[in-house]
Ligand binder design. Structure first.
Ligand code: ADP
Ligand code: MG
Length: 711
């Protein structure tokens, strides 16, 4: 699928649809390269290939003023040497450039022959690129290079566009200069071919320039001010149509996708609520249960995101949701991302529901065939009420008699496609509740998941003490050990977590085992007992160790991040995270959430080596400064960008051409508001003044089936 922006542009059947090889300067070979590398097939696609930044090409640097690894610089100088260097894979072409202050190198790894043949010794060149330093010598790899007299023939601007590139494009000499030239050619042919996509009244209200003006200015800025307006116009357009689409999808789901109406609040729910709740629900939990109840009662399909920080009490909400389904004659399932978490859910839910006589089963990869068969049978004959498990729940053999609600915990580890599989088992899609402890700032969540409804548990159960968090360097380890001993003396338990990332597993295991051994040495039997849990252990062994820690037989749990989600040991009050600089913020936050679950003061100690990147420092400082999941999420978002949040890559919303959901957060809110107002005034997009929008939306919805909206 093409990115949305180019689909918008392709709306009018005009010569923006002309294949790109018709353009002067693009032959067959380059056309297929443009298609393969950038997805550019038509004039319209090319016009929508936007610069990712602009540079000042009127200024020159002197070689003796260069600072490595800063932004790109432009230098004018004489080419005084050109030769091949290195051998085998390391072969490269090296040129020496001199100005009146010094010398530097230019290096090519790709296209060596081309540059060797075309560059001329003793000519004056203008080069442009990013400077690095090797030894005493400055160098630029794959610079933009051009004869000075050619450079001077063209008018240079302070806002020369820089187009995104790829390794292959570099290799085949499709330089930035090529793209600048190509754009000039393109716009001389298409002139003002862009059809306006926004209605006059929206443009006036938002003070936006026209589509044609914006397209022109984005490639050939006439002033900084004009460029700013062009960007604002194009970003707004992009965000506006995405929001419109999301709002329409939400409406379609609510009006056209039926699901089972859970009209009854019956004995299961009421008895449990009145007699079996182990604690009083918080106000936030009550509110969220109400929202879910209302949503499942009206016959429309529920697709709801339940956000709640670690420890906010999502499990009980899940249980009450299941009971509503059961009261109405349906089954429920809870899907968890890991075996341990599924087991904990199973243990917790079974405990809670023990007085009710309802049937709950656990299905994971390690359930024996015989038990598995029994589960299949009781699922199909309807005698099983709640099935809890891992990915095993979506295997083809698992058939519910009547699944009424699917609860997905920590959805960011589940693909959207996997969720859809669950639904194929029903006549109607079951209601879906996605639970996540990854907080997303609310405005962003609304925009990312405009087609999802959102419930937030924004209140922790009473009596929780704020977890004290500190950062310690490895050299302070002895003091940390003493602290652990003191806490254990008070009867507390301690987690020590080691990083484990896929690529360097072997090394990480060595760290983990070394760490374990040193802990056992430091905390010897019989006074201390130490558990260890990691991903390469057999599930039974893992379980056994986990169990010993849960029961308090062992005081220290050495583990990898397998304990990250869900695990609940209220007596554990110290979380030590080794090599904390290697964890992402949300992971650190999740890990810290394992403590602070009991009545005692809890602590989190972030251990690191001495050398830290700026980003790692920010992460650690953030963790020390706050325990607020939403604040942490905001910092995380700024550091990482939104791409990694909860499977957003699959959602398509992130296919943004020009807007940036983090940096353009304000404009996003404006666009959402504008889209909401727009639909309020003209729900059917039928008004004459909105014909531009109708044309675009018709085009966008051309080929989409309903299924897309619920999966
Ligand atoms: P999470 O949202 O992280 O899944 P859990 O559902 O595991 O949180 O709840 C965390 C802990 O808080 C559990 O021990 C649970 O029993 C307890 N809990 C949940 N809700 C309440 C409440 N309203 N009052 C007291 N304790 C609660
Ligand atoms: Mg949980």
């Amino acid at each position: 699928m093409l990115p949305l922006q180019s689909r918008i542009v392709a709306v009018p059947i005009n010569f923006l649809n002309t294949p790109i090889d018709y353009l002067t300067g693009v032959g067959q070979a380059r056309a297929s390269l443009l298609k393969k590398e950038l997805g550019i097939e038509t004039y319209g696609d090319l016009a929508n290939f936007f610069p990712n930044r602009y540079v000042d090409r009127t200024q020159f640097h002197k070689i003796n003023q260069l600072v490595p690894d800063t932004t790109q610089v432009q230098i004018i100088g004489k080419l005084i040497g050109l030769s091949n260097a290195g051998s085998g894979k390391a072969t490269r072409l090296v040129a020496t450039l001199a100005d009146d202050t010094g010398r530097m190198e230019l290096v090519w790894f790709k296209g060596q022959k081309y540059f060797k043949d075309s560059l001329k010794i003793n000519e004056i060149y203008v080069v442009y690129g990013k400077v690095t330093r090797y030894g005493a010598m400055y160098s630029i790899a794959h610079p933009d290079i051009e004869l000075a007299r050619e450079y001077k023939n063209r008018q240079q601007t302070a806002m020369t566009p820089v187009y995104p590139s790829t390794e292959m494009l570099v290799k085949r000499q499709l330089t930035n200069r090529y793209f600048v030239r190509l754009m000039r050619q393109l716009f001389s042919e298409i002139k003002t071919a862009f059809v306006e996509t926004l209605p006059e009244h929206v443009m006036t209200a938002q003070q936006l320039i026209t589509k044609n003006a914006a397209m022109q200015e984005i490639h050939f800025p006439s002033s900084a001010q004009a460029l700013k307006q062009a960007m604002r116009r194009l970003k707004f357009e992009e965000l506006f149509f995405i929001q419109l689409e999301l709002l329409l999808q939400n409406r379609i789901r609510k009006t056209q996708i039926k699901s089972y109406a859970f009209a009854i609040v019956g004995d299961h729910f009421n008895n449990f609520y009145n007699y079996n709740l182990p604690f009083e629900l918080t106000g936030a939990q009550k509110r969220v249960v109400k929202e879910i109840r209302a949503d499942m009662a009206n016959g429309a399909h529920m697709n709801r995101l339940l956000q709640g920080d670690v420890g906010s009490g999502k499990t009980i909400v899940a249980v009450l949701t299941c009971l509503l389904a059961i009261d109405n004659g349906f089954q429920a399932c809870i899907m968890a991302p890991t075996e341990i978490l599924a087991q904990q859910h199973y243990a917790g839910v079974s405990d809670l529901l023990a007085p009710t006589g309802l049937k709950v089963a656990l299905l994971t990869g390690s359930v024996k065939t015989k038990d598995r068969r029994a589960i299949h049978t009781s699922l199909e004959d309807g005698s099983l009420d709640i099935l809890i498990g891992t990915h095993a729940l979506i295997e083809p053999k698992v058939k519910f008699q009547n699944l009424g609600v699917a609860i997905v915990d920590e959805q960011h580890r589940f693909g959207v496609a996997q969720r859809a599989k669950l639904w194929k088992k029903n006549k109607l899609p079951p209601h879906v509740l996605v639970m996540t402890a990854t907080p997303i700032p609310r405005t962003l969540a609304m925009s990312l998941y405009g087609d999802l409804d959102i419930s937030v548990i924004d209140e922790l159960p009473p009596g929780r003490k704020e977890i004290k968090t500190v950062h310690r360097y490895d050299k302070n380890r002895l003091a940390v050990f003493k602290f652990i001993r003191d806490e254990i003396k008070k009867g507390r338990q301690v987690y020590i977590v080691y990083p484990l990332i896929q690529e360097s597993e072997t090394l990480d295991y060595k760290d983990l085992m070394d760490g374990y051994e040193s802990i056992v040495r430091e905390f010897p039997l019989p006074e201390y007992k130490v558990s260890i849990v990691h991903g390469q252990m057999k599930p039974e062994d893992k379980d056994h160790e986990m169990q010993r820690f849960v029961e308090g037989t062992t005081q220290i749990m050495v583990a990898t991040t397998v304990i990250e989600v869900g695990v609940n040991v209220p007596n554990a009050s110290v979380m030590i995270i080794e090599s904390a600089e290697r964890f992402g913020l949300s992971q650190l936050h999740q890990l810290r959430g394992r403590v602070g679950r009991g009545a005692d003061q809890s602590f989190c100690i972030l251990m690191t080596g001495h050398k830290l990147s700026a980003e790692a420092k920010t992460r650690l400082e953030t963790m020390v400064a706050t325990t607020d999941g939403f604040k942490i999420a905001e910092v995380d978002l700024k550091l990482r960008g939104p791409g990694d949040i909860m499977g957003t890559r699959q959602s398509g919303v992130m296919d943004l051409r020009i807007a940036d959901i983090v940096k353009d957060n304000e404009l996003l809110a404006i666009a959402r508001k504008a889209a909401t107002n727009f639909l309020q005034e003209d729900p059917a997009i039928g008004m004459e003044k909105n014909s531009n929008v109708r044309r675009v939306m018709n085009f966008l919805q051309h080929k989409k089936g309903l299924w897309k909206y619920i999966s």
